[in-house]
Every structure is written in C-alpha cells, then in structure tokens.
Design a protein around this ligand. Structure first.
Ligand SMILES: [Zn+2]
Length: 460
C-alpha cells in the first residue's frame, strides 16, 4: 500500500489522493441495474469500470467490501417522480408478475457479468428486501424536518439543504418538470423528490407495502442511501455510478444523507461516462447498434473482446461501440491471447514494468496506457519470454482478460483423435479428406491451426 492512489472525485471536480477511512479497508457502493429489461453491453460498461476499480484496490492489498443494489421497485419512467414504475410497466409488457420479471432480468444481468468476467459484488441487495430499512431512514429524515406530505407521497424539501445544487452544479431555477401535472404542482420546489409514493387510489399495484404514511412504495433514491448505509455505515469510501446519475439520483442521495445524518455518506463519488453508437449516436434498438453479451456470443464475438475494448479507452471519456469495430478489436485481442499462451511458463514478474503498471492504474485507472504497456512489453527484446508472461499475467489480475485460462482448456479425446487423423491425411496429401476432418472438428467447436509438421487445437 505504499503506492499513492488517485481518483477523480465528482464531489470536488478534482483528481484526489485516495485514503480509506479505515486503514487497509475500502467500502464501495455501486448503483446497480433496474431489472426490468435486458442490460446491453452499453449498460454493462459501468460494471466493467467498477470491476476494474475493485480489482485495482485489491491488487494494492486493500480488503474491499463491494455492495451493489438491484432496483426492483420504484424506478419511475420520469426523473421528476411521475410516470409509471418501470417494473410494473415491464411486467405488463411481458404478461408476467413483477417478481418473475425481476428474476428473469436479474439472471440476464449476472449471466452478462460472467461472460464479461466481472466479479460478483460481495453484497447484492434487491430494494424490495430492504423496505423496512428504507421506511426507517425516511422516518429519520422526517424527524429532522426535511420532509412534507402531499397527495401522492412523502417528499424531501430540497430548500432545507443549502448545498443541494452544489454536487451537480445545478441551476435550480432552470429545472423544468418534464411532466408537470397536478401532483407535481403541489411540490414546494421543483427539485423536491419523493421518498415514499402512495399507491394510486384506483389501481392495485403488484408491489406495495404498509408504511406510517400509507400503503405505497419507496422512491427510487432512498434505496441506495438505505442499503449503502446498512452495509457500509453512514460514512464510507467510494460511491460509483454512471454520469447520468449526477444531476438527479446522486444529488438526491447526497440530500438524503444530509437529511438523515447531517453529512455526505461517501467520501469519493466516481462516475463513468457513456458508451455511444458509431459517430456519437445514441445506442438504441431501432438503430440496430444494441447488443447484449449473450447476443455477442450468438454472432460469434467473444464477450471478453468487449472487455478489451473497454480497457482501450478511459472510463471518464466513454467510448463508441459498433459491432464492426468490435470484430476488429477481437482480432487484436485473439492475437494477444495467442502470444501470451505461447510464452513459456515459470518466469518472474519484471519489476520495472510492474512499477510502471502500478503507477498507471493508481493514476485514476489509466487503462489505455496499461494496454500500450502490455504491447511494449511483448515487443521488448530485453525481457526474457517467461518473465514477459509472468508480468502480463500479473497485470491480468486487474485487467481480467482471462489471459491465463487458455492453457487449461482441455481438448476432448475425440477431438485429439480427429486432429491426429487429419494430420496423417494431410501428410499423405489427401487434401479432400483433410478438409473434411477440419470441418468436422470445426463443427464440434474447435479449430486446428497448422504449423509445418504439426498442429495446434484451440476452442472457438
Ligand atoms: Zn443508486
């Protein structure tokens, strides 16, 4: 832990030295997905970022507790607390219960994490399992006189928190409610937000709970404050999320923290930028540029190539994504894997390269420079091949590209026999039979690569 680590903190708009509250330990809370629909690879960018962040801190020897929520209630289609609940809407769309909808998309999310080699957070908390904690937190905020009640729920009075606009540099007089209806006219300030929403009078919601204020459901922002504090205490190290969370969701979380405890809950607020389509366009189904990790597999692209693509740009810059570009990146990624695989084992980590690597990841995760460093090391003739391998595999603890995994891929006996058979036919110049066997092996999911008098088998 002798290496100084710096992260860009949105709260101060500066790169700052990171010092944990408790020496040697780090508590991180990440805003997780709303499990109402498939998470595409653009959505997964935020989780790749936090995965590398957690791996980096662990690489430096910190004991990390990583907590992430799953929003399965209360996230409305509009940021101004009107509109439908995304979960209830999704359940109607698919003709299933909200609970089954949550289960289905939770699975899709964690399957995507696995395909992208993202480690599962230490604690995963669905909002619906923490209703009591959310109610208790609202009561605390109410006791401190930051709330008021209108016809559709309990609201946070943002005028009671003098620094409300500070975090996102908001111009409060410019905030316009996108759906300015009768209910929002009851709000004292346009920036006020719901802590608890009452169930609509004429409609039975699938998800609703009793509360001291009436039957209803929690507002979206309260779950993150309630669950982060529950698992990490009311003052913890790092809170992450996408930049889209800065002006509303995280601004409101900070207000809630102030309302309940009189201070900000997190020391560092670290935000990732977005993934855009080609030429900076939005990623959308209608433009055909949206893919889930599972869909990448279906079109023959390895999801880890997407992870490699993520590593080639800085998390605060975001990146452009297109399938064509990803296919090109996959070629480079495959090349890297093959080179590492062919390097001999049992080397030692090169200290100079390791020092450069440590400096780069400690500098607000300078990952594109790390990728350049990997290629520099590969070309460096002064480093022994076995030491190159040991060094790259050391870096891979953070990069997570599974560069050490290829050597353990077991080739089934059936494939070995077919490949031997094929080599024989090839040496006998029986080209037709040799091609037939190669295709057969390919159909079974393996590729035979020829060298002069031998061959190599790898999994597709
Ligand atoms: Zn959140």
């Amino acid at each position: 832990m002798d290496q100084k680590i710096y992260f860009y903190n949105t709260a101060t708009r500066k790169k700052e030295e990171f010092k944990p509250i408790v020496e040697g330990k780090v508590g991180i809370y990440s805003c997780g997905p709303t499990v109402y629909w498939n998470q595409h690879v653009g959505n997964m960018y935020a989780y790749l970022f936090v995965d590398v962040l957690v791996r980096t801190l662990r690489y430096f020897g910190y004991e990390v507790k990583h907590v992430m929520n799953l929003t399965d209630v209360g996230h409305l289609t509009s940021d101004s607390d009107t509109g439908d609940d995304k979960m209830e809407k999704g359940a109607k769309r698919e003709g299933v219960s909200v609970w089954d909808l949550a289960k289905k998309y939770e699975k899709q999310f964690f399957d995507s994490e696995e395909l992208l080699n993202i480690n599962r957070p230490d604690v995963v908390c669905p909002a619906t399992e923490y209703i009591n904690e959310q109610i208790e937190l609202i009561q605390k905020i109410e006791k401190n006189e930051f709330t008021y009640i209108i016809s559709d729920g309990v609201y946070f009075d943002t005028s009671k928190f003098p620094d409300y606009a500070k975090f996102a540099n908001l111009k409060l007089d410019e905030i316009i409610d996108t759906d300015r209806d009768e209910v929002s006219k009851e709000k004292k300030n346009r920036s006020d937000f719901a802590l608890w929403k009452f169930s609509p009078k004429n409609e039975k919601r699938q998800m609703e709970w009793k509360s001291p204020w009436g039957v209803g459901f929690p507002g979206w922002h309260i779950e993150c404050t309630a669950m982060s504090v529950k698992h990490l205490g009311n003052h913890f190290d790092i809170h992450t999320g996408g930049i889209d969370h800065i002006p509303v969701h995280h601004t409101n979380e900070i207000a809630q923290g102030f309302g309940a405890f009189g201070h900000q809950t997190a020391n560092f607020w670290i935000h990732n930028a977005w993934v855009m389509g080609k030429g900076g366009t939005k990623m959308s189904k209608s433009l055909g540029n949206v893919f889930t990790a599972q869909e990448l597999v279906a079109v023959g692209v390895e999801p880890l190539a997407y992870r490699y693509l993520f590593l080639t740009t800085h998390y605060r810059k975001g990146m452009e994504f297109s399938l064509d570009n990803l296919k090109l990146i996959q070629v480079t990624f495959e090349k890297l894997k093959r080179i590492v695989e062919e390097l001999p084992n049992d080397g030692k980590v090169d200290e100079n390269y390791q020092n450069d690597f440590r400096k780069l990841i400690a500098d607000d995760l300078a990952l594109p420079e790390v990728i350049a460093l990997v290629w520099k090391l590969i070309k460096d003739e002064n480093i022994k091949p076995e030491n190159k391998k040991a060094t790259i595999l050391d870096f891979d603890k953070v990069l997570g590209l599974k560069l050490d995994k290829r050597e353990v891929v077991e080739i089934p006996e059936e494939i070995e026999i077919l490949a031997k058979e094929r080599l024989k036919t090839k040496l006998n110049k029986d080209w037709a039979e040799s091609d037939r066997l190669r295709d057969l092996i390919k159909d079974k999911g393996y590729v035979v690569e020829d060298s002069l008098k031998s061959y190599k088998i790898r999994k597709i």
